[in-house]
Design a protein around this ligand. Structure first.
Ligand code: AMP
Ligand code: ZN
Length: 664
């Protein structure tokens, strides 16, 4: 097999495996084997840029940066749907239809997925464009981001038409959403409120590699185009499945309205078992000829109707409002409810978000409140049953002091949350920070768990994470449920954490908004904690993906004398506070066998740094372009003669970002 055939074979195999895994949910090879093949393809593609394919499975990992999303028109308008809320509404609709068309009318019933709508254009079986709904006439081109969603085919199979658009919904399944939130909370960030907004927010991220990390899925339901080989909506779902799209099985051909209602009633109950959010059913006239006869109103098709499920709601008594203090000092008011069943689960607590929310709804202890499970994962209180209110009750007075340490709370301008400013002395903050420090993705200290941390703090043995390194076995053994062996293991685990690399230590420090990815970026850029500490806010924001909010947080972290003292202590104990010389020396082979020519001016790294990066990663730098050159890294103002030469020799011209992606 020649190289081109090898590449094609690998691409086809990977496509099939992607399809088995993400569309059929039925993988036939192990993740490891998959990764091996992907790596092999990546290497071949890197060595042979002449076989580039904009739809290669290797592009699933993203890397393309979109600074501004271009607004583009939809070839076919994306309409809204009319809503109905009852059987009677649906019956009225059916009557209107029967008056307007001849013959028997059948319906396709589908679920109404709650995500971000998307229109995908396929030309000759390849994904050409992905456009958000926008105002229905035009939307944003988010193709680079959408290509990272594994269940969206980049190359179709079967007898697909040469050109068509397919519409669907990009959703974030509950499980992935919960995982993303757990990670955010760990990084001291506010959790996302609901999967729908997070899904649509994801589509507008600038770095497609970030989008690739999000567990997005895409469910498709409608094909539009000219001269399509399709006669009914139900058939089009079947066809889309055959071409490789993920089309949910929960769809039904209904002969009459009674059968539609059966579908509605079934899913009203069973939708809670689905892995993603739905908020209703969409009923569509099945026959496309009849659809055409019915046409559109100014906003929506006459041949389709959304039936909205009622958000499940119950009322119960709010026993007490308590307040939680997080690792960053943020106060969250919590409603402790008389337990009640809602959408299949027992609800005992609901978040009240903040003081404004309590005041707005005038929520008081002892009230009977309405609790709803809508789009949000955590049930929310949507109002008070004022008929049940004790007339002698008074408005809730929000706490002014920290429930844990008594310090007067503060609330910054423009922020909804109150904070306990006693960072150094407030027990849940101290405990939370140490718990974060030792957690698996941070220092990963074996032999020490979250509860033990609380025990150590409450017994006055530690006050911050630096204190961990001074612990002695004799101090630990007398603690509850501690024995010689467990104390030994703990000390061993703490000792071993001195080998944890700088980027993870940086994450472990618990600087607000510095999550895992940001910590990596900062560590790579600054290399030592001292360099990072000396960076100004302006400097920080020039680092890729570091915004003002993160920069401010970093600067204010290092402005604290206590933090500096702790860092100096960590240093003296031997914790890694810079990228180790070994790691710096331990250069990669990523670019081995490739010769680069650097031309122009760069924005993220200097020319010299760029050359160093090439060499550090095993590549060669050459000053002139020849047939031996593999890549030209082109910055601004690249010389025109160089450009012509590269093009005539078929040398790949890549941007600074492409290059950084290659070695990242
Ligand atoms: P609305 O935004 O309430 O007017 O509802 C219309 C939107 O519902 C469409 O733009 C789609 O994004 C979404 N939708 C979700 N599931 C379906 C489906 N099965 N068929 C049609 N539209 C759907
Ligand atoms: Zn406090």
């Amino acid at each position: 097999m020649n190289i081109e055939q090898q590449i094609t074979t690998l691409r086809n195999e990977l496509r099939e495996h992607n399809y088995n895994y993400y569309v059929l949910d039925n993988p036939t090879i192990s993740d490891f084997e998959f990764d091996q093949k992907l790596k092999q393809l990546q290497e071949l593609e890197k060595a042979h840029p002449e076989f580039y394919d904009a739809n290669s499975p290797t592009l699933r990992v993203g890397g393309e940066i979109t600074k501004n999303f271009e607004t583009v028109p939809h070839t076919y308008r994306m309409y809204s749907l009319d809503n109905s809320y009852s059987k009677e509404d649906l019956e009225d609709w059916e009557k209107r239809i029967e008056k307007a068309v001849d013959g028997k009318v059948e319906f396709t019933c589908e679920l109404k997925y709650d995500g971000a709508s998307i229109s995908l254009t396929y030309e000759n079986g390849k994904l050409k464009k992905a456009i958000t709904r926008g105002d229905g006439f035009q939307g944003d081109d988010v193709t680079a981001n959408v290509k990272t969603i594994r269940s969206i085919p980049l190359q179709l199979k079967g007898d697909y038409p040469p050109l068509f658009d397919i519409r669907g919904e990009i959703v974030l399944p509950f499980e992935g959403f919960a995982k993303m939130n757990a990670e955010r909370v760990e990084a001291g960030e506010e959790p996302y409120r609901n999967p729908r907004n997070t899904a649509s927010g994801s589509l507008k991220l600038q770095d497609s590699a970030e989008v690739a990390k999000r567990p997005l899925d895409c469910l498709l339901y409608s094909i539009v185009g000219e001269k399509l080989p399709i006669k009914t909506q139900f058939e089009s779902l079947e066809k889309a499945r055959q071409w490789g799209f993920k089309v949910p099985e929960a769809a039904k051909l209904a002969k009459n309205l009674d059968e539609v209602l059966e579908f509605v009633n079934y899913w009203d109950v069973h939708r809670h078992e689905l892995p993603y959010e739905t908020d209703g059913v969409v009923v569509k006239v099945n026959n496309l000829q009849q659809q055409e006869e019915l046409g559109y109103t100014a906003k929506s098709p006459r041949w389709a109707m959304a039936y909205k499920f009622k958000a499940e709601q119950v009322s119960t008594v709010l026993n007490q409002i308590t307040y939680q203090v997080g690792r960053t000092g943020a106060i969250t008011p919590v409603a402790n409810l008389e337990p009640v069943e809602l959408a299949g689960t027992i609800v005992k607590r609901a978040s009240l978000h903040n003081a404004d929310q309590i005041a707005k709804l005038d929520i008081r202890e002892g009230d009977t409140v309405f609790v709803e499970k809508g789009g949000e994962i955590i049930p929310k209180i949507i109002g008070v049953d004022f008929t049940q209110r004790d007339p002698s009750s008074g408005p809730t007075e929000y706490i002014t002091e920290c429930p844990e340490c008594g310090t007067t709370l503060v609330r910054n301008d423009g922020e909804a949350q109150h904070y306990c400013p006693n960072t150094e002395g407030c027990p849940p903050q101290i405990i939370g920070r140490v718990q974060h420090f030792i957690s698996r993705k941070a220092m990963d200290i074996e032999g020490l768990g979250g509860e033990t941390v609380a025990l150590l703090v409450n017994n006055g043995l530690i006050n911050n994470y630096a204190d961990l390194y001074l612990l002695k076995e004799e101090q630990i053994i007398p603690l509850e449920r501690m024995a010689q062996k467990s104390a030994e293991n703990m000390i061993k685990g703490i000792e071993a954490s001195k080998e944890i690399p700088f980027e993870r230590v940086l994450f472990a420090l618990g600087i607000r908004y510095v999550g895992e990815t940001v910590a990596k970026k900062l560590a790579k850029h600054y290399k030592t904690i001292d360099a990072l500490r000396n960076a100004s806010e302006e400097e920080l924001t020039t680092v890729d993906e570091i915004g003002e909010r993160i920069a401010q947080s970093v600067v204010s972290f290092f402005a604290s004398e206590e933090n500096i003292a702790i860092i100096e202590r960590l240093k003296s104990y031997g914790v890694q506070l810079e990228i180790s010389a070994e790691k710096l020396a331990n250069q990669t082979d990523t670019l081995k066998g490739n010769t680069f020519v650097v031309s122009g001016v760069f924005t993220k790294v200097s020319r010299d740094e760029l050359k160093k990066l090439i060499e550090d990663n095993g590549g060669k730098v050459s000053s002139s372009i020849s047939s031996k050159t593999n890549y030209v890294v082109a910055g601004d103002n690249m010389g025109p003669s160089k450009k012509t030469k590269a093009e005539s020799l078929g040398v790949a011209i890549i941007s600074e970002d492409d290059f950084l992606q290659m070695i990242s």
